[in-house]
Design a protein around this ligand. Sequence first.
Ligand code: ATR
Length: 270
Amino acid sequence: MATLHKKAGVIGWPVSHSLSPKLHSYWLKKYGIDGEYVPLPIQPDKLEEGLQRLIDEAYVGANLTVPHKELVLAYVDEIDALAQAVGAVNTLVFRSGKIIGSNSDVVGFSNNISPFIVGKQKAVVVGAGGAARAVIVALKQLGFENIVICNRSEDKAHILAQQHHAEVVTWDKKHLVLRDADLLVNTTSLGMQNQPALELSLEYLPTDALVTDIVYTPLITPLLAAARARGNPTVDGLGMLLYQAAPGFEAWFGVKPEVTEALRNHMLAL
Ligand code: ATR
């Protein structure tokens, strides 16, 4: 029986910086799958026709990155409950001419931190953008009882808090709210290469609280370095990238891929 060469990719604008093609190519090779996963540069105002072109060219699906995750909601035929809760789609499956959307950022975040969670009473989330929405849905799913959001623009924190029954703390009080936290998550771009660091004193954070960052360039952000220096357990953001890729790969190529130390090392070497 002839095997079918399957095509998928990542839609973004720009998209050349995306590590997803390297990641999926690693798995395709590892599992001996006849397929490809390529960058798909599509301008935001050309998304509808871009999707149709991919369907016409027999793509099996795609991931979406900035600025498409919310825009694509207008063009999907179905979305799953998580994508609905987050209000964003990062994974598409094309099936019988239909576009099915889901959000694997939630599971990507959960799978990355769940082995290391120390307690589930209180989580402090810094930021209130798209990434924070996925993180908060994940924290709810993981069973965190009290989620506190802190964002420079307080109005955005209030909107998110209302949607997800969370609390808000003002930007200038973010160090105080760490007092009895079990988990601290940075969802902002602060700490990323060429960005200022997140200015946050960890003085009040219990030393057994887990600290994680969704930024993975650099792998050890100034926040993670400060947390480590005082003995807090930390989880870097690379795992979220790896784990969020798995559901799409499985849906398109039919193999549940493993996130391993070898894969992490492969990605770090790039
Ligand atoms: P993403 O989808 O990656 O979350 P986003 O929706 O643009 O991106 O959100 C970026 C987040 O980083 C926001 O919480 C933003 O705060 P504002 O809502 O106040 O803009 C936060 N952020 C970015 N630069 C920041 C800075 N210099 N200081 C504080 N927060 C910053």
